[in-house]
Design a protein around this ligand. Structure first.
Ligand code: SAH
Ligand code: SF4
Ligand code: F3S
Length: 453
Protein backbone atom coordinates (compact mmCIF):
# COMPACT_ATOMS: atom_id res chain seq x y z
CA UNK A 1 0.00 0.00 0.00
CA UNK A 2 2.94 2.32 0.78
CA UNK A 3 4.27 1.90 -2.70
CA UNK A 4 0.84 2.35 -4.29
CA UNK A 5 0.67 5.87 -2.88
CA UNK A 6 4.29 6.67 -3.78
CA UNK A 7 3.93 5.46 -7.35
CA UNK A 8 0.66 7.35 -7.86
CA UNK A 9 2.36 10.56 -6.79
CA UNK A 10 5.41 9.85 -8.90
CA UNK A 11 3.33 9.20 -12.02
CA UNK A 12 1.31 12.38 -11.49
CA UNK A 13 4.57 14.31 -11.35
CA UNK A 14 6.20 12.62 -14.32
CA UNK A 15 3.37 12.60 -16.83
CA UNK A 16 1.35 15.58 -18.02
CA UNK A 17 -1.41 13.30 -19.21
CA UNK A 18 -2.77 10.08 -17.72
CA UNK A 19 -0.10 7.42 -18.35
CA UNK A 20 -1.14 4.45 -20.47
CA UNK A 21 -0.56 0.75 -19.80
CA UNK A 22 -0.79 -2.26 -22.06
CA UNK A 23 -0.90 -5.74 -20.49
CA UNK A 24 -0.67 -8.55 -23.04
CA UNK A 25 -1.60 -12.13 -22.11
CA UNK A 26 0.22 -14.97 -23.87
CA UNK A 27 -1.02 -17.93 -21.84
CA UNK A 28 -4.05 -19.77 -20.52
CA UNK A 29 -7.14 -18.63 -18.63
CA UNK A 30 -5.18 -18.50 -15.39
CA UNK A 31 -2.59 -16.29 -17.05
CA UNK A 32 -5.41 -14.00 -18.23
CA UNK A 33 -6.84 -13.94 -14.70
CA UNK A 34 -3.40 -12.77 -13.50
CA UNK A 35 -3.42 -10.09 -16.22
CA UNK A 36 -6.73 -8.80 -14.87
CA UNK A 37 -5.05 -8.44 -11.47
CA UNK A 38 -2.06 -6.65 -13.02
CA UNK A 39 -4.44 -4.28 -14.82
CA UNK A 40 -6.30 -3.75 -11.53
CA UNK A 41 -3.06 -2.75 -9.80
CA UNK A 42 -2.00 -0.47 -12.65
CA UNK A 43 -5.41 1.18 -12.68
CA UNK A 44 -5.14 1.89 -8.94
CA UNK A 45 -1.72 3.41 -9.57
CA UNK A 46 -3.27 5.87 -12.01
CA UNK A 47 -2.73 4.24 -15.39
CA UNK A 48 -5.40 3.93 -18.06
CA UNK A 49 -5.39 0.85 -20.28
CA UNK A 50 -4.60 0.91 -23.99
CA UNK A 51 -4.27 -1.71 -26.72
CA UNK A 52 -1.66 0.37 -28.50
CA UNK A 53 1.99 -0.48 -27.98
CA UNK A 54 3.16 2.84 -29.43
CA UNK A 55 1.14 4.88 -26.94
CA UNK A 56 2.03 2.79 -23.90
CA UNK A 57 4.03 4.17 -21.01
CA UNK A 58 4.28 0.67 -19.59
CA UNK A 59 4.03 -2.58 -21.53
CA UNK A 60 3.71 -5.79 -19.56
CA UNK A 61 4.01 -9.14 -21.31
CA UNK A 62 2.41 -11.87 -19.21
CA UNK A 63 4.11 -14.96 -20.58
CA UNK A 64 3.49 -18.68 -21.01
CA UNK A 65 5.96 -21.57 -21.07
CA UNK A 66 3.72 -24.46 -22.02
CA UNK A 67 5.22 -25.16 -25.47
CA UNK A 68 8.34 -24.04 -27.29
CA UNK A 69 6.38 -22.11 -29.92
CA UNK A 70 4.72 -20.06 -27.14
CA UNK A 71 8.15 -18.99 -25.94
CA UNK A 72 9.46 -18.25 -29.44
CA UNK A 73 6.45 -16.07 -30.15
CA UNK A 74 6.98 -14.13 -26.93
CA UNK A 75 10.66 -13.50 -27.67
CA UNK A 76 9.68 -12.26 -31.13
CA UNK A 77 7.26 -9.82 -29.52
CA UNK A 78 9.74 -8.63 -26.88
CA UNK A 79 12.29 -7.98 -29.64
CA UNK A 80 9.86 -5.62 -31.37
CA UNK A 81 9.65 -3.41 -28.26
CA UNK A 82 13.26 -2.26 -28.60
CA UNK A 83 12.47 0.42 -31.17
CA UNK A 84 9.40 1.63 -29.25
CA UNK A 85 11.40 1.93 -26.10
CA UNK A 86 14.01 4.00 -27.94
CA UNK A 87 11.25 6.37 -29.09
CA UNK A 88 9.77 6.78 -25.59
CA UNK A 89 12.50 6.87 -22.93
CA UNK A 90 9.96 6.91 -20.08
CA UNK A 91 8.44 3.68 -21.28
CA UNK A 92 8.79 0.69 -18.96
CA UNK A 93 9.03 -2.77 -20.53
CA UNK A 94 8.09 -5.55 -18.12
CA UNK A 95 7.94 -9.32 -18.61
CA UNK A 96 6.15 -11.53 -16.08
CA UNK A 97 4.38 -14.88 -15.80
CA UNK A 98 5.30 -18.51 -16.29
CA UNK A 99 8.12 -18.19 -18.82
CA UNK A 100 10.29 -16.06 -16.51
CA UNK A 101 10.06 -18.67 -13.74
CA UNK A 102 12.86 -20.47 -15.61
CA UNK A 103 16.38 -19.29 -14.72
CA UNK A 104 17.76 -19.84 -18.26
CA UNK A 105 15.03 -17.56 -19.65
CA UNK A 106 15.80 -14.76 -17.18
CA UNK A 107 19.49 -15.08 -18.14
CA UNK A 108 18.57 -14.85 -21.80
CA UNK A 109 16.49 -11.70 -21.21
CA UNK A 110 19.33 -10.09 -19.26
CA UNK A 111 21.82 -10.91 -22.00
CA UNK A 112 19.91 -10.45 -25.23
CA UNK A 113 17.10 -8.03 -24.32
CA UNK A 114 18.81 -5.34 -22.20
CA UNK A 115 15.94 -2.89 -22.77
CA UNK A 116 13.64 -5.00 -20.55
CA UNK A 117 13.28 -3.01 -17.30
CA UNK A 118 11.26 -5.30 -15.04
CA UNK A 119 10.98 -9.08 -14.72
CA UNK A 120 8.76 -10.73 -12.12
CA UNK A 121 7.44 -14.27 -11.99
CA UNK A 122 4.21 -15.98 -11.05
CA UNK A 123 2.80 -15.20 -7.57
CA UNK A 124 4.74 -11.92 -7.40
CA UNK A 125 2.05 -9.65 -8.87
CA UNK A 126 1.66 -7.55 -5.76
CA UNK A 127 5.33 -6.53 -5.99
CA UNK A 128 4.61 -4.59 -9.17
CA UNK A 129 4.07 -1.14 -7.55
CA UNK A 130 7.36 -1.52 -5.70
CA UNK A 131 9.17 -2.60 -8.87
CA UNK A 132 7.83 0.37 -10.85
CA UNK A 133 8.83 2.69 -8.02
CA UNK A 134 12.39 1.37 -7.80
CA UNK A 135 12.75 1.29 -11.57
CA UNK A 136 11.96 5.00 -11.86
CA UNK A 137 13.50 6.28 -8.62
CA UNK A 138 16.77 4.34 -8.88
CA UNK A 139 16.78 4.46 -12.67
CA UNK A 140 17.73 0.82 -12.53
CA UNK A 141 16.43 -2.43 -13.93
CA UNK A 142 14.41 -4.62 -11.56
CA UNK A 143 14.95 -8.21 -12.62
CA UNK A 144 13.66 -10.70 -10.04
CA UNK A 145 15.14 -14.17 -10.25
CA UNK A 146 12.58 -17.00 -10.28
CA UNK A 147 11.57 -17.89 -6.81
CA UNK A 148 8.68 -19.93 -5.55
CA UNK A 149 6.27 -17.79 -3.55
CA UNK A 150 3.64 -19.86 -1.82
CA UNK A 151 1.50 -17.18 -0.19
CA UNK A 152 -2.03 -16.57 -1.43
CA UNK A 153 -2.76 -12.86 -1.74
CA UNK A 154 -6.45 -12.06 -1.38
CA UNK A 155 -8.18 -8.85 -2.45
CA UNK A 156 -5.80 -7.84 -5.23
CA UNK A 157 -7.74 -5.25 -7.23
CA UNK A 158 -8.91 -6.53 -10.61
CA UNK A 159 -9.81 -4.83 -13.84
CA UNK A 160 -11.89 -7.52 -15.48
CA UNK A 161 -12.69 -7.94 -19.12
CA UNK A 162 -16.16 -7.06 -20.28
CA UNK A 163 -19.31 -8.71 -18.99
CA UNK A 164 -20.88 -11.24 -19.10
CA UNK A 165 -17.80 -13.46 -18.63
CA UNK A 166 -15.48 -13.63 -15.64
CA UNK A 167 -13.09 -16.09 -14.06
CA UNK A 168 -12.11 -16.89 -10.49
CA UNK A 169 -8.86 -18.63 -9.57
CA UNK A 170 -9.88 -21.12 -6.90
CA UNK A 171 -6.41 -22.61 -6.52
CA UNK A 172 -2.85 -22.08 -7.68
CA UNK A 173 -0.01 -24.32 -8.78
CA UNK A 174 -0.03 -28.02 -9.62
CA UNK A 175 1.30 -31.17 -7.92
CA UNK A 176 0.66 -33.66 -10.68
CA UNK A 177 3.92 -33.59 -12.60
CA UNK A 178 2.59 -35.03 -15.83
CA UNK A 179 5.90 -36.00 -17.42
CA UNK A 180 5.61 -33.60 -20.40
CA UNK A 181 4.46 -30.54 -18.47
CA UNK A 182 6.32 -27.46 -17.25
CA UNK A 183 3.44 -26.03 -15.19
CA UNK A 184 4.37 -27.57 -11.79
CA UNK A 185 7.89 -26.15 -12.18
CA UNK A 186 6.76 -22.64 -13.04
CA UNK A 187 3.56 -22.35 -11.00
CA UNK A 188 4.80 -24.15 -7.89
CA UNK A 189 2.94 -26.40 -5.46
CA UNK A 190 -0.81 -26.67 -5.36
CA UNK A 191 -2.63 -24.35 -2.93
CA UNK A 192 -6.37 -23.77 -2.61
CA UNK A 193 -8.08 -20.56 -1.62
CA UNK A 194 -10.48 -20.69 1.31
CA UNK A 195 -14.08 -21.34 0.28
CA UNK A 196 -15.33 -18.20 2.05
CA UNK A 197 -12.97 -16.00 -0.01
CA UNK A 198 -14.08 -17.66 -3.24
CA UNK A 199 -17.73 -17.30 -2.22
CA UNK A 200 -17.23 -13.58 -1.53
CA UNK A 201 -15.67 -13.00 -4.96
CA UNK A 202 -18.37 -15.10 -6.63
CA UNK A 203 -21.22 -13.20 -4.91
CA UNK A 204 -19.66 -9.91 -5.94
CA UNK A 205 -19.46 -10.99 -9.59
CA UNK A 206 -23.08 -12.16 -9.65
CA UNK A 207 -24.14 -8.88 -8.01
CA UNK A 208 -22.24 -6.93 -10.67
CA UNK A 209 -24.10 -8.81 -13.40
CA UNK A 210 -21.53 -11.35 -14.58
CA UNK A 211 -23.41 -14.34 -15.92
CA UNK A 212 -20.76 -16.78 -17.11
CA UNK A 213 -18.27 -17.54 -14.37
CA UNK A 214 -15.37 -19.98 -14.80
CA UNK A 215 -13.62 -21.50 -11.80
CA UNK A 216 -9.94 -21.93 -12.57
CA UNK A 217 -7.30 -24.35 -11.38
CA UNK A 218 -4.82 -26.70 -13.04
CA UNK A 219 -6.73 -29.59 -11.46
CA UNK A 220 -9.93 -28.30 -9.87
CA UNK A 221 -10.85 -31.80 -8.71
CA UNK A 222 -8.15 -31.75 -6.08
CA UNK A 223 -9.48 -28.46 -4.67
CA UNK A 224 -9.31 -28.26 -0.87
CA UNK A 225 -6.58 -30.82 -0.26
CA UNK A 226 -4.28 -28.43 1.60
CA UNK A 227 -7.00 -26.61 3.53
CA UNK A 228 -7.61 -27.17 7.24
CA UNK A 229 -11.34 -27.49 6.83
CA UNK A 230 -12.77 -30.55 5.13
CA UNK A 231 -14.01 -29.28 1.79
CA UNK A 232 -13.70 -30.70 -1.70
CA UNK A 233 -14.51 -29.43 -5.19
CA UNK A 234 -18.05 -30.82 -5.17
CA UNK A 235 -18.73 -29.04 -1.85
CA UNK A 236 -17.41 -25.80 -3.32
CA UNK A 237 -19.65 -26.12 -6.39
CA UNK A 238 -22.69 -26.77 -4.23
CA UNK A 239 -21.82 -23.82 -2.00
CA UNK A 240 -21.53 -21.41 -4.94
CA UNK A 241 -24.83 -22.61 -6.40
CA UNK A 242 -26.60 -21.34 -3.27
CA UNK A 243 -25.98 -17.78 -4.50
CA UNK A 244 -29.24 -16.57 -6.06
CA UNK A 245 -29.12 -15.18 -9.61
CA UNK A 246 -29.15 -16.03 -13.29
CA UNK A 247 -25.70 -17.39 -14.18
CA UNK A 248 -23.81 -20.43 -15.40
CA UNK A 249 -20.71 -21.88 -13.71
CA UNK A 250 -17.94 -23.46 -15.78
CA UNK A 251 -14.74 -24.93 -14.42
CA UNK A 252 -11.39 -25.96 -15.83
CA UNK A 253 -9.41 -28.08 -15.83
CA UNK A 254 -10.63 -31.36 -14.45
CA UNK A 255 -8.16 -34.18 -14.10
CA UNK A 256 -9.63 -37.59 -15.02
CA UNK A 257 -7.79 -39.25 -12.12
CA UNK A 258 -9.53 -37.02 -9.56
CA UNK A 259 -13.00 -36.26 -10.95
CA UNK A 260 -15.47 -38.49 -9.11
CA UNK A 261 -19.11 -39.47 -8.85
CA UNK A 262 -19.73 -36.83 -6.18
CA UNK A 263 -18.73 -34.07 -8.64
CA UNK A 264 -20.93 -35.56 -11.36
CA UNK A 265 -23.87 -35.88 -8.92
CA UNK A 266 -23.39 -32.26 -7.85
CA UNK A 267 -23.53 -31.12 -11.48
CA UNK A 268 -26.66 -33.25 -11.98
CA UNK A 269 -28.34 -31.65 -8.95
CA UNK A 270 -27.46 -28.03 -9.77
CA UNK A 271 -28.76 -26.71 -13.09
CA UNK A 272 -26.55 -23.61 -12.75
CA UNK A 273 -23.46 -25.70 -13.47
CA UNK A 274 -22.57 -26.06 -17.14
CA UNK A 275 -23.46 -29.34 -18.82
CA UNK A 276 -20.18 -29.28 -20.68
CA UNK A 277 -17.20 -30.78 -18.87
CA UNK A 278 -13.60 -30.15 -19.94
CA UNK A 279 -11.80 -33.40 -19.24
CA UNK A 280 -8.33 -33.50 -20.85
CA UNK A 281 -7.47 -37.06 -21.82
CA UNK A 282 -4.09 -36.36 -23.59
CA UNK A 283 -3.88 -39.79 -25.24
CA UNK A 284 -6.07 -42.76 -26.10
CA UNK A 285 -3.38 -45.32 -25.29
CA UNK A 286 -2.68 -46.77 -21.83
CA UNK A 287 1.07 -47.20 -22.34
CA UNK A 288 1.42 -43.55 -23.35
CA UNK A 289 -0.81 -42.40 -20.47
CA UNK A 290 1.48 -44.26 -18.07
CA UNK A 291 4.58 -42.64 -19.59
CA UNK A 292 2.81 -39.30 -19.30
CA UNK A 293 2.27 -40.02 -15.57
CA UNK A 294 -1.45 -39.32 -15.93
CA UNK A 295 -2.44 -42.08 -13.49
CA UNK A 296 -5.66 -43.28 -15.15
CA UNK A 297 -6.46 -45.79 -17.86
CA UNK A 298 -8.73 -45.34 -20.84
CA UNK A 299 -11.18 -47.75 -19.17
CA UNK A 300 -11.37 -45.45 -16.12
CA UNK A 301 -11.73 -42.40 -18.37
CA UNK A 302 -14.61 -43.97 -20.29
CA UNK A 303 -16.26 -45.18 -17.08
CA UNK A 304 -16.55 -41.66 -15.65
CA UNK A 305 -17.83 -40.39 -19.00
CA UNK A 306 -20.44 -43.15 -19.07
CA UNK A 307 -21.50 -42.35 -15.51
CA UNK A 308 -21.85 -38.65 -16.38
CA UNK A 309 -23.90 -39.48 -19.49
CA UNK A 310 -26.25 -41.65 -17.39
CA UNK A 311 -26.68 -39.01 -14.70
CA UNK A 312 -26.71 -35.74 -16.65
CA UNK A 313 -28.97 -35.64 -19.70
CA UNK A 314 -27.31 -33.80 -22.59
CA UNK A 315 -23.83 -33.65 -20.99
CA UNK A 316 -21.01 -33.00 -23.48
CA UNK A 317 -17.25 -33.17 -23.16
CA UNK A 318 -14.26 -31.23 -24.42
CA UNK A 319 -10.65 -32.32 -24.15
CA UNK A 320 -6.95 -31.69 -24.73
CA UNK A 321 -4.76 -34.09 -26.68
CA UNK A 322 -1.03 -34.32 -27.25
CA UNK A 323 0.18 -36.21 -30.33
CA UNK A 324 3.73 -37.43 -30.77
CA UNK A 325 4.70 -37.97 -27.14
CA UNK A 326 8.26 -39.45 -27.01
CA UNK A 327 8.15 -43.08 -28.11
CA UNK A 328 4.54 -42.97 -29.31
CA UNK A 329 4.04 -45.22 -32.33
CA UNK A 330 1.56 -44.64 -35.15
CA UNK A 331 -0.51 -47.57 -33.84
CA UNK A 332 -0.64 -45.99 -30.40
CA UNK A 333 -1.65 -42.67 -31.95
CA UNK A 334 -4.49 -44.54 -33.72
CA UNK A 335 -5.89 -45.42 -30.28
CA UNK A 336 -6.33 -41.69 -29.74
CA UNK A 337 -8.31 -41.46 -32.99
CA UNK A 338 -10.48 -44.32 -31.80
CA UNK A 339 -11.12 -42.65 -28.45
CA UNK A 340 -12.02 -39.35 -30.11
CA UNK A 341 -14.53 -41.13 -32.34
CA UNK A 342 -15.97 -42.96 -29.35
CA UNK A 343 -16.41 -40.00 -26.97
CA UNK A 344 -17.37 -37.50 -29.70
CA UNK A 345 -16.07 -34.38 -27.95
CA UNK A 346 -17.77 -31.12 -28.85
CA UNK A 347 -14.43 -29.33 -28.68
CA UNK A 348 -10.87 -30.59 -28.85
CA UNK A 349 -7.61 -28.73 -28.25
CA UNK A 350 -4.86 -30.64 -30.01
CA UNK A 351 -1.12 -30.12 -29.69
CA UNK A 352 2.06 -31.63 -31.01
CA UNK A 353 4.27 -32.67 -28.10
CA UNK A 354 6.83 -29.99 -27.28
CA UNK A 355 9.95 -30.85 -25.32
CA UNK A 356 10.24 -28.84 -22.09
CA UNK A 357 13.64 -28.83 -20.43
CA UNK A 358 13.58 -30.02 -16.85
CA UNK A 359 10.60 -32.35 -17.31
CA UNK A 360 10.82 -36.17 -17.21
CA UNK A 361 9.67 -36.57 -20.82
CA UNK A 362 12.53 -34.37 -22.04
CA UNK A 363 14.85 -37.26 -21.18
CA UNK A 364 12.85 -39.84 -23.13
CA UNK A 365 13.87 -40.95 -26.58
CA UNK A 366 11.87 -39.32 -29.36
CA UNK A 367 12.36 -40.83 -32.83
CA UNK A 368 9.40 -39.56 -34.78
CA UNK A 369 9.99 -36.49 -36.95
CA UNK A 370 8.03 -33.29 -36.43
CA UNK A 371 6.75 -33.65 -39.97
CA UNK A 372 5.28 -37.07 -39.21
CA UNK A 373 3.69 -35.79 -35.99
CA UNK A 374 2.15 -32.89 -37.92
CA UNK A 375 0.54 -35.46 -40.25
CA UNK A 376 -1.02 -37.24 -37.26
CA UNK A 377 -2.25 -33.94 -35.86
CA UNK A 378 -3.89 -33.03 -39.16
CA UNK A 379 -5.65 -36.40 -39.33
CA UNK A 380 -6.99 -35.84 -35.83
CA UNK A 381 -8.13 -32.29 -36.59
CA UNK A 382 -10.00 -33.55 -39.66
CA UNK A 383 -11.75 -36.31 -37.68
CA UNK A 384 -12.74 -33.84 -34.99
CA UNK A 385 -14.05 -31.33 -37.56
CA UNK A 386 -16.47 -33.93 -38.91
CA UNK A 387 -17.61 -34.75 -35.38
CA UNK A 388 -18.24 -31.06 -34.65
CA UNK A 389 -20.28 -30.72 -37.86
CA UNK A 390 -22.38 -33.71 -36.84
CA UNK A 391 -22.92 -32.20 -33.40
CA UNK A 392 -23.94 -28.90 -35.00
CA UNK A 393 -26.42 -30.67 -37.30
CA UNK A 394 -27.96 -32.48 -34.34
CA UNK A 395 -29.03 -29.11 -32.92
CA UNK A 396 -31.31 -28.19 -35.84
CA UNK A 397 -34.87 -27.70 -34.59
CA UNK A 398 -33.83 -27.70 -30.91
CA UNK A 399 -34.53 -24.90 -28.46
CA UNK A 400 -31.53 -23.84 -26.39
CA UNK A 401 -30.60 -21.27 -23.78
CA UNK A 402 -27.61 -19.14 -24.77
CA UNK A 403 -25.73 -16.13 -23.45
CA UNK A 404 -25.51 -13.19 -25.86
CA UNK A 405 -21.89 -12.13 -26.32
CA UNK A 406 -21.45 -9.83 -29.29
CA UNK A 407 -23.36 -7.57 -31.62
CA UNK A 408 -22.54 -7.08 -35.32
CA UNK A 409 -25.09 -4.66 -36.79
CA UNK A 410 -28.44 -6.24 -36.02
CA UNK A 411 -26.92 -9.73 -35.81
CA UNK A 412 -25.93 -11.16 -32.45
CA UNK A 413 -23.74 -14.07 -31.42
CA UNK A 414 -24.68 -16.09 -28.38
CA UNK A 415 -22.82 -18.93 -26.73
CA UNK A 416 -24.44 -22.22 -25.83
CA UNK A 417 -23.40 -23.98 -22.67
CA UNK A 418 -21.15 -26.31 -24.65
CA UNK A 419 -19.37 -23.29 -26.19
CA UNK A 420 -20.97 -23.57 -29.66
CA UNK A 421 -21.83 -20.17 -31.12
CA UNK A 422 -25.27 -19.33 -32.49
CA UNK A 423 -26.03 -16.29 -34.67
CA UNK A 424 -29.44 -14.65 -34.68
CA UNK A 425 -31.12 -11.38 -35.61
CA UNK A 426 -32.88 -9.16 -33.10
CA UNK A 427 -34.31 -5.62 -32.92
CA UNK A 428 -33.76 -5.54 -29.19
CA UNK A 429 -30.25 -5.46 -27.72
CA UNK A 430 -29.85 -8.51 -25.50
CA UNK A 431 -26.06 -8.20 -25.04
CA UNK A 432 -24.96 -9.90 -21.85
CA UNK A 433 -28.36 -11.55 -21.32
CA UNK A 434 -29.54 -15.14 -21.58
CA UNK A 435 -31.95 -15.75 -24.47
CA UNK A 436 -33.88 -18.75 -25.74
CA UNK A 437 -33.06 -19.64 -29.32
CA UNK A 438 -34.51 -22.03 -31.84
CA UNK A 439 -31.68 -23.49 -33.92
CA UNK A 440 -32.38 -23.36 -37.65
CA UNK A 441 -29.15 -24.80 -39.10
CA UNK A 442 -25.43 -24.18 -39.33
CA UNK A 443 -23.15 -21.82 -41.20
CA UNK A 444 -19.43 -22.65 -41.07
CA UNK A 445 -18.64 -23.67 -37.54
CA UNK A 446 -21.51 -21.69 -35.99
CA UNK A 447 -25.22 -22.37 -35.63
CA UNK A 448 -27.93 -20.15 -37.08
CA UNK A 449 -30.94 -19.44 -34.90
CA UNK A 450 -34.15 -17.51 -34.34
CA UNK A 451 -34.90 -15.65 -31.16
CA UNK A 452 -37.86 -17.01 -29.22
CA UNK A 453 -39.69 -13.97 -27.91
N1 SAH B 1 -3.79 -28.46 -16.01
C1 SAH B 1 -4.47 -28.67 -17.21
C2 SAH B 1 -3.83 -28.20 -18.47
C3 SAH B 1 -2.72 -27.28 -18.49
S1 SAH B 1 -1.87 -27.05 -19.95
C4 SAH B 1 -4.75 -30.12 -17.36
O1 SAH B 1 -4.05 -30.96 -16.82
O2 SAH B 1 -5.66 -30.41 -18.06
C5 SAH B 1 -3.04 -27.23 -21.24
C6 SAH B 1 -2.73 -28.33 -22.18
O3 SAH B 1 -1.51 -28.11 -22.84
C7 SAH B 1 -2.57 -29.70 -21.57
O4 SAH B 1 -3.77 -30.31 -21.28
C8 SAH B 1 -1.81 -30.43 -22.63
O5 SAH B 1 -2.67 -31.01 -23.59
C9 SAH B 1 -1.01 -29.33 -23.32
N2 SAH B 1 0.42 -29.42 -22.99
C10 SAH B 1 1.01 -29.32 -21.79
N3 SAH B 1 2.33 -29.51 -21.90
C11 SAH B 1 2.60 -29.76 -23.21
C12 SAH B 1 3.78 -30.05 -23.95
N4 SAH B 1 4.96 -30.14 -23.37
N5 SAH B 1 3.65 -30.22 -25.29
C13 SAH B 1 2.45 -30.13 -25.89
N6 SAH B 1 1.32 -29.87 -25.24
C14 SAH B 1 1.38 -29.69 -23.92
FE1 SF4 C 1 0.45 -29.95 -16.34
FE2 SF4 C 1 -0.57 -32.25 -15.59
FE3 SF4 C 1 -0.55 -30.22 -13.89
FE4 SF4 C 1 -2.17 -30.17 -16.00
S1 SF4 C 1 -2.27 -31.62 -14.31
S2 SF4 C 1 -0.86 -28.51 -15.28
S3 SF4 C 1 -0.97 -31.19 -17.57
S4 SF4 C 1 1.23 -31.29 -14.69
FE1 F3S D 1 -0.90 -21.26 -18.30
FE2 F3S D 1 1.13 -21.26 -19.95
FE3 F3S D 1 1.53 -20.89 -17.41
S1 F3S D 1 -0.63 -22.55 -20.06
S2 F3S D 1 -0.08 -22.00 -16.39
S3 F3S D 1 0.41 -19.55 -18.79
S4 F3S D 1 2.78 -22.11 -18.74
Amino acid sequence: MDYMQKVSEMLAEKFDEIPLANVVTFGCAQNENDSEKIRGLLYKLGYSMTDSLEKSDIVIYNTCAIRENAELKIFGNIGKLKALKAANPYMIVAVCGCMVMQPHIVDKIKKSYPFVDIVFGVNALELLPQLIYSCYSENKKQILSPQERTQIVENTPMLRSAKPKASISIMFGCDNFCSYCIVPYVRGRERSRKPENILREFRQLVAEGYKDITLLGQNVNSYGKNLEEKVDFADLLALLCTVPGDYVIHFMSSHPKDINKKVIDTIRDNPKISRQIHLPVQSGNDRILKLMNRRYTIRQYLDIIDYAKQQIPGVTFSSDIIVGFPGETFEEYLDTEELVKKVRFTQLFTYIYSKRNGTKAAEMEDNISHEEKAKWLNRLIKIQQDIVFEHLDSYTGKTVKALVEEKHGDMYTARLENTFLAKFASDTDFSGEFVNLKITGKRGTALTAELIK
